[in-house]
Design a protein around this ligand. Structure first.
Ligand code: SF4
Ligand code: SF4
Length: 119
């Protein structure tokens, strides 16, 4: 017969099965695809990322820059498939997918990232 107290004691001595997020983070593969990063200084407003996106995730929006108003990608992370096609087609390679997977929010609008928030 199993001694319940011994069973509880053995469980208490075990290492935690979960990570203490956000202080501890899971190791990710090199090819992990997370939240986008945009270099606004080198974006040429070509819209290639928006045109290739298979899920209408990217909208080109007016963005204030030092050189005046330019169209740049706004990304709705809620719709994103993290397929990286936008990264592949970007001519100056100013739009990349990072290893950042920690996006959260209480409102669906919080998943829509303006160019300035991706920079
Ligand atoms: S990763 Fe894919 S789905 Fe997400 S914005 Fe880029 S092209 Fe669209
Ligand atoms: S992020 Fe790249 S593909 Fe998208 S508009 Fe800018 S330069 Fe073109």
């Amino acid at each position: 017969m199993i001694n319940p107290l011994a069973k509880v004691a053995s469980q208490l001595l075990k290492e935690p099965a979960t990570l203490q997020f956000p202080e501890e983070r899971e190791a990710l593969e090199d090819n992990y695809r997370g939240v986008h990063k945009l270099d606004m200084k080198t974006c040429i407003s070509c819209s290639a990322c928006a045109k290739i996106c298979p899920n209408d995730t990217i909208t080109m929006v007016d963005t204030e820059t030092d050189a005046g108003t330019k169209k740049m990608p706004e990304i709705n992370l809620e719709r994103c498939l993290f397929c990286a096609l936008c990264e592949e087609v970007c001519p100056p390679k100013c739009l990349i997918l990072t290893k950042d997977y920690s996006f959260e929010g209480y409102d669906r609008r919080e998943f829509v990232r303006r160019p300035e928030e991706l920079d």
